[in-house]
Write a new protein. Sequence first.
Length: 311
Amino acid sequence: MHEAPNAILDAQKRISALTMTTAPMQTTIAHLARVSGRGYWSGNPVNLTLRPASQDSGIVFRRIDLPNRPEVAGQSCHRVDTNLRTKLIDGSAAVEMVEHVMAALYGMGIDNCIVECDACEMPGLDGSAMAIALAIENAGIEQLATPVRQYRITETIRIVDQHAEIVAIPSQSDGLTVAYHLDYGTDSPIPASTSRFAIDPDEFLQNIAPARTFLPERDASELQRMGVAQHVTYRDLVVFGESGPIENTLRFPDECSRHKLLDVIGDLALCGVRLHGTVIARRSGHNLNGKLAEQLRLRYAQRLRSHSRAA
């Protein structure tokens, strides 16, 4: 049996009041934002148009190249396990490599947005989320009249897979702090590093969004032998040879762990709410990140139902 819409909204407001002393309002972008590029995997051109959306819409991807312009919500319940990227499917609507778009929207403080795209794969750009974050900044932010959906982490949640793990833990502070520990061992040309940031728009734009995708030269060569990413050059992302980045320079000494932290933000954004707590990841990838996002989404939904019944 479905909950009454008014009861759900009332429950959301009560949760906001309980989780923060002052409940911020939801946001959307004030004007259109556009970004164009090519998909890393497919090489296909893709144009994104980010449109303002109404309160409680969340993030929605709309495939304008397909009949009837099908949509898929940017939520972890639509995520499917895929190597090296995050993919969402709902009926005939499928989008992939969404992590940088989701990270930019979350990092820049946008709760509601329609992302129109004319291809399945989001643009790779320079391997970072910088162009998307700048487009959002230029579009501006509009505050809406409904309290933000938010979830305060109240108990430790740990998800482990062999040598990787991601952990969500409670925090006394408001907002989300993310730490990423990257260490592929002494045999890897990619240097070990650790990055930690409290996520807000200024921090995201300056210190997280510019961090680029990276991989070892042997993996890049293998992908191209498989017919993938044929158009990608050493300038389109950071490729590590035995002596370091090939024909490229790191933007930060810890750029690799910053980029993995960027991916964590994008994947966690699939829980559909603003988070308050600390997330620590060690060698975690998209699939592990997505599983934590789904746990957080379900816990928020359970709390929402409990408050609705209590009313």
